[in-house]
Design a protein around this ligand. Sequence first.
Ligand code: ADP
Length: 511
Amino acid sequence: MFTADQLPRDNNNNISLTLMKAALDASVSGIIITDNQLPDNPIIYCNGSFERMTGYRRNDIIGHNCRFLQADDRTQPARAKIKEAIANGSNISVEIRNYTRNGQLFWNELYVSPIKSEDGKVTHFIGVQHNVSLRKKAEENLVQEKEQREQKIRERTEALHHSREYLDSIVQTVRESLLVLDPQLKVISANQHFLNTFKVSVLETENKNLYQLGNGQWNIPKLKELLEKILPTNNPVLDFEVEHDFPHIGKKLMLLNANRVELEGEYKDRILLAIEDITERRAIEQRKDDFLSVASHELKTPLTTIKGYIQIIERLLPPESGEKLKDIVKKTAKHTEKLNNLIEELLEVSRIQTGNITLNEEEFDFDKMVAETVDSLQAASAKHHIIVSGHTQIKFIGDESQLSQVVSNFLSNAIKYSPDADKVEVHLAVLNGYIKLSVKDYGLGINAADQKRIYERFFRSTETQKKYPGMGIGLYICEQIIKNHGGSLWVDSEYGQGSTFSFTLPIKQLP
Ligand code: ADP
C-alpha cells in the first residue's frame, strides 16, 4: 500500500502509468480501450472484469473489434448509435445485448468515451461496461407483469360487462316486477314490468332511494329492518306482504321477496327485490274460502235434520222389519255420518281460516285416548293390523277430541295409502318433557317435493288424487291443531317405501 505522497510518480510528478493500469485492472467495471487510428478500431486493452464479464480471455480479445460481443445479433438499434458516436467522436451511453464466450446473452450497459489528441483528432475510445442483465430481467418482469395485469383487467372488465348484460337481460325478461338495489337501497335499475305495474317512469325510479319511491309506499319499519339485514347476514326477505294505496294504481296487496345477488365482483353487494301483485290471487282465494264456508254451513243444516230423521227411523223401525230394510237404514246412517264428518272438516278449515278455532283444554289420559282412537279405526279396517308400542303414562292437558282427530287422521291416511300392506305401527314415547307419537306405514311413500306441500289446504299429490278419495285438508287441520298445542308435526318418508308421520307435544304441568 502507498500513501498519497508515496505514490510512484514520473518525471513530471504525475502518477505513474503502472499505478493507473493497476487501478484499471482492479475496477469492477469491464473496461476496454480501442485504438481508433488502427484499421477496424481494435481493442488494445481490457481489464480482468471485462474478461470475467464476457468469458473471453485477454488473448481472444486484444486485436479484435468489439463487434464479436454481439455475435449474430447485429441489427440492434444500440449498435447504430455507437457507430454514430464513434464517427462524431462524442460520448454515448447505451444498453446493448452482448453474448459471452459460451453464447449466453447479457445486457451490457456501455459507456463509450473518445480520447482526443491535442489537435482534436480521436485517437482512442474507452469503453466502460456493466452487466445489467439482472436489472434488465427485473424490468422485463415488471413490464410483463404489468401487461398481464392489464390483460386481466381487460378480461375482468369484459366479464363484468357480460354479467351486467346477463343480469339486465334476466331482470328485463322476468314477468314480475324487479328492482336492483345498491347497499344503501338506492334503485340501480327497474325492469319494464315494474314500470308498467306501478305506472312510473325510469326517471321517477332509478337513482332514487327505495323509500322515496311513490308516496313512501315501501317505507315500512319492518320491511326496512329486513332489507337492511340482507347484506350483513345474507338472510333473504321471504314473502313479505305489503298492502298499500299506491299512486296511479290504487289499493293493492304486494308480495315482496328480496335476495342478495350472488354474482362476483362489482355486483356482489346488490339486492334483487321482486314484487308480485297478489291482490287478485288473494281475492280469488278469499272467494273460494267464502264459498266453502257458506256451502258447508248451508249443507250442514239440512244434514243435521236428515241425521235426526234417520235416528227417529232407527228407533221407530218395527222389530219385525225385514233384515234388508234394517240394513238399508244402517247404511244410510253410516253414510250420513261420513258426509257429516266431511262437512265438519270443511267447517273446521273455515274456522282455522278465520281464527275461530278454540282449544278445549282438559286433563286426559293420553295413552287411553290413543288406544280408543286405534280401536275405532281397527274396527273399520279388517286388512291392516294396527300395532301399538310404547306408552306415555301421561295425564295430558289439551283438547282431547282435537288430538284424537290428529291420531285418527294419521291412521286413516296410513291405511288408505298402503293398500298392499297389512300393518300400521303406532309408537308412543316421552322424551325430555315432550310426548312423541309416530304412525308408520309401509305404503306408497311421498316424494321429496310433495313432502313440503302436503300440509297445504287442498293439496293432494297427483298420484293419490286419481286413485284415492280425499279432500286434501286432513293434514292441514292436523298441523294447525298440533301448532295450537305448541307442538310440531312432520313426516319422514321415502317414495315407494312408506311414511312415518310424527308429532311432539310439550307436556304441561297442572298449575
Ligand atoms: P287427503 O288424504 O284427503 O288427500 P291429507 O291432508 O290427509 O288429505 O293428505 C294430503 C296428501 O298427503 C294426500 O293426498 C297424500 O298425497 C299425502 N299423504 C298423506 N298421508 C300419506 C301417507 N301415509 N302415505 C302417502 N301419502 C300420504
